[in-house]
Design a protein around this ligand. Sequence first.
Ligand SMILES: Nc1nc2c(c(CN[C@H]3C=C[C@H](O)[C@@H]3O)cn2[C@@H]2O[C@H](COP(=O)(O)O)[C@@H](O)[C@H]2O)c(=O)[nH]1
Length: 327
Amino acid sequence: MLYPAEAGEFIAKHAQHVKLHDEGLDKLCQEMLQSLNSNKLEIPDTGADSTHPSKNHPRPVDWVFVCDALNFCFWSYSGAEKWTVDGHSGYYALEAALIRAIKDGHDITNPQFYSKITEGELRNIMKGDNEAEIPLFDKRVAVLHEVGSILLEKYNGTFETCVKEANKSAVKLLQIIVDNFPCFRDENVYKGQKVAIYKRAQILVADLWNFFDREGWGEFEDINKLTMFADYRVPQVLVYFGALSYSDELMDKLKKDVLLPSGSDEEIEIRGCSIHAVELLTKKLRDIKPEVEINSSLIDYYLWCYRRKYAEEMEKVPFHKTFGIYY
Ligand SMILES: Nc1nc2c(c(CN[C@H]3C=C[C@H](O)[C@@H]3O)cn2[C@@H]2O[C@H](COP(=O)(O)O)[C@@H](O)[C@H]2O)c(=O)[nH]1
């Protein structure tokens, strides 16, 4: 099995539908250099802070865990009504739904509750502003039952136990997650090679690091080993800047909203090339600015928030649509 960084390199080397371009990476690099403020990379402001959980919540680690267990597939077809909660769409709608659930007294961070959550309870928690439902509703019920019962059986009912076991290692925590929670096992076979992409497992570790400001539950000495989190949004920014390009045939499919089957070469190439592009970008930025804290998860947050901030402009690049629980 190739792990994300090596998997990305392997996929980029063999890709037929997606290409990387050094000039585009340089352009993006220049854009990011403009966003340095006192040697810190400023993440584009998406104006959505109010949807984040409070640090005073009694189970913040389990909040991050349940949020990333459900952090997948929020897209809708072009022109279709979007699932929104309190005016937020996509991932932020999930955050808003969880915050609302906590306010309404649902114990949504507690596996005692969600390991047995009923369809009716989850439907109520995820209720949107309009008729549109959160995509893959049934899969979300199944994910909550799976991860909740594993936490209860093996980890004393809290994800804190896994974080403690990892002993400040992001790589160890990643391994604990993918070894023990099947729904985080984002693995594929590409050109006969097993490749691991681990989008949700890696973002879970990075979200802890980010949320707890690199301290306590968020202290990981090897955080730089994580790659970007291969979703359907960051590739839009990479293509926009010309760091990636799609074959005419693939671009045509995306423009026409053609569903890419999960595990298809095209889907794996978009994800793998995105990982490799961000690895190269990280290296470029580090070479130019060794004094600045740079790693692939920070660059990922930058790009993901950039897409959000300039959503209208980014819509010029279509994103790939796949149904699945991994991203
Ligand atoms: N690569 C990457 N993908 C991310 C995120 C996040 C949210 N991370 C939060 C945590 C800390 C930061 O401050 C962020 O606020 C969600 N996603 C993915 O995006 C897609 C939905 O997109 P949209 O339609 O725009 O909501 C979907 O696949 C979802 O799984 C990220 O950070 N990186």
